[in-house]
Ligand binder design. Sequence first.
Ligand SMILES: [Zn+2]
Length: 319
Amino acid sequence: MKTRFLLIVSFLFLSMSVTFFILGQDILALKHSSEVAMNTIETLQQENEEIQHTLVDLEKEKADLITEMEKLTKEKAELEDKVNDLSSQKTETADVQKKTNAEKQTEADKKSKKIAYLTFDDGPSKNTEKILGILREKNVKATFFVNGYPSKKDLYKQIVNDGHTLGNHTYSHNYSKVYSSVDEFFKDMNKLNDFLEEVTGVRPSIVRFPGGSNNTISHQYGGTKIMNKIVSKVVESGYQYFDWNVSSRDAEKRTQDKNVIIHSVLEGAKYKNKAVILLHDLDPKTTTVEALPEIIDELTKQGFVFDALDENSYAPHFL
Ligand SMILES: [Zn+2]
């Protein structure tokens, strides 16, 4: 009985020892697990901190990149502006080049073209309206070297309105007066220019001397050198003066034969590239008006175009 009791006690003791041993093992294992977990948490915390740092760095890099991008966008816009400027400059240069070429072409055309300049001296007269009518009908521009007639203001205006050129032929056309001295000539010429400017708004820059620059009638009033003196001062003063290289001969008689006028002009112009044609706009010169349509048609057949004179036109000079 005692032995049996001892056996049971021993067994119990053994069982408890085994149980405690196993429990101790478990506790150790748990403790170890807890340590591992703590380590892991620490590691994770460290990693979290590192990530936080990295995030801050990335935010900073992002901000830098945005600033850089803004700078580049601005530079791009500036460069685009420059490109636009340059391309518009290029267009302008091309336009200027085109224009220069066109001007050169026009000048070359003018030089090579046969041009007839119809010039009517001494008007306005009773014939002026008829002359203007023919020129309008034929679509031709001409030049009127006029004198001063305060009663004929409408005719000066009509000449300008029709697109013709007014030239100065002195106010009085009085040889004894205008050729008595250089001052008298300028007084008379300026009187006409003032008058024409007041009436038409246009101040002529071209002149034709009564009798032409080489007339000798002037010698008896101002001496043999008077025309040289007047011509020099007219040119110095910035005017261009025009003599002629084709005469219609309508001044040789009070009223010249119409066919003489036509023949003289056509023969005189025949071999010329630039024809400055002398005609007269005076009351008795009715045949000049009658000859005009045929003169225009025949010169056109000869290859002439018609133009009004200006200070840059071809200018025949006797002196
Ligand atoms: Zn005259």
